[in-house]
Design a protein around this ligand. Structure first.
Ligand code: 13P
Ligand code: SF4
Length: 350
């Protein structure tokens, strides 16, 4: 895609990106949102990038849509909208700016392009993939349909545009249970996350849910014994798990929800100690807003999400790359599945 050194040389030729404690001091409002997790030394390194990105964003009439798993300097420093997959998809339908910079993984950028075909959608690193999206193809969906004739295909948004185009409706971890429950058919194919499907199968016992065997490399790492150990070593800690975790892990948790659901739960409940059984940056991004909560590890990182950095966001806006393009025919079919999810979510009050 690009050579890192060439990118750094070219950025250095256009912007003053040296660590700058004075600039960092002058941006104390931004820093206040992450001071519990970002050291003053690191903020002095980030501030020149943040300042350059904020300026360029205005010049390009761009907005940054960032997922909850972005690092705090991206989440609090440069983003216009932050959220879970459903919130970001909803926001993509409302964007008025000319350019969307998607700070998240590739399927999220594709979803924005599908929902906002007239906008330029940029992703700072095209290699920001997802183990779930990579686990299934449109041909696999056709095989599942052949195996379960008449069963609708509900695909997690963590899929490529081609897979969405081959599906009947999409879902996210915020609305999966309600969407599955609202379908009239008894047997439902859920792809590609086997664990989300298994968790939903328990929440919606009236349906016969069959699934694809994909998994998230971040959430599949947790075991029920991990959670029992965390609890024993940190008595009184509230354990909060994402539904991409295996069902026996969710069983050991006090609450399970999407990343937005996790934020809401911790914000409402304000437990003294909390352990978020999900991607590492989640706890960092909410730590400053919740000083009364002691966030205790673990820290499993998503290597795909972590491909997005301030440096690459600046490069993306500077060069207007990498532009996300979705074949028009595929986009039109994929839009039907995504829009159905958005319409049904609205109808169900999600
Ligand atoms: P949500 O933010 O929708 O919960 O999804 C989590 C995730 O893993 C996205 O890749
Ligand atoms: Fe995909 Fe898991 Fe990373 Fe989310 S956290 S992008 S589901 S690999």
């Amino acid at each position: 895609m690009f050579d890192l050194q060439t990118m750094r040389d070219q950025l250095a030729a256009h912007y003053d990106l040296a660590p700058n404690p004075e600039l960092a001091e002058s941006m104390s409002a931004e820093y206040a949102r992450m001071s519990r997790v970002v050291t003053p030394f690191d903020w002095a390194r980030h501030a020149p990038y943040v300042a350059a990105i904020l300026k360029l964003k205005k010049e390009r009439n761009a907005v940054i849509l960032a997922h909850n798993y972005m690092t705090p300097e991206i989440y609090h420093g440069v983003s216009d909208v932050v959220g879970d997959s459903l919130q970001l998809a909803m926001e993509a339908t409302r964007v008025e700016a000319d350019v969307i910079v998607q700070c998240g993984v590739h399927f999220m950028a594709e979803t924005s392009k599908i929902l906002s075909p007239g906008k330029t959608v940029l992703i700072p690193d095209v290699e920001a993939g997802c183990s779930l999206a990579e686990s299934i193809t449109a041909e696999d969906i056709a095989q599942m349909r052949a195996k379960y004739p008449g069963a609708p295909v509900v695909s997690y948004v963590n899929t490529t545009a081609e897979v969405k185009a081959a599906s009947d409706i999409c879902c996210t971890s915020s609305n999966a249970a309600q969407i599955v429950a609202a379908l009239k058919e008894d047997t439902i194919i859920m792809t590609p996350d086997q664990y989300l499907a298994q968790n939903i199968a328990r929440d919606v016992p009236q349906k016969n849910i069959v699934w694809w065997e994909g998994s998230c490399i971040v959430h599949e790492q947790y075991t029920p014994q991990d959670l029992r150990d965390f609890r024993e070593w940190n008595p009184g800690t509230r354990l909060i798990a994402h539904p991409e975790c295996p069902p026996d892990v969710v069983d050991e948790a006090d609450f399970s929800g999407s990343t937005a659901g996790i934020i809401k739960y911790v914000t409402d409940e304000k437990p003294e100690k909390a352990m978020l059984i999900t991607e590492c940056s989640m706890a960092s991004n909410i730590a400053d807003a919740l000083p009364e909560v002691d966030f205790i590890g673990p820290c499993n990182m998503c290597p795909y999400m972590k491909k997005i950095t301030l440096e690459k966001i600046l490069w993306s806006l500077h060069t207007m790359s990498e532009e996300v393009v979705v074949d028009l025919d595929v986009a039109e079919k994929a839009r039907v599945a995504v829009q159905r999810m958005l319409d049904l979510s609205k109808e169900l009050g999600i």
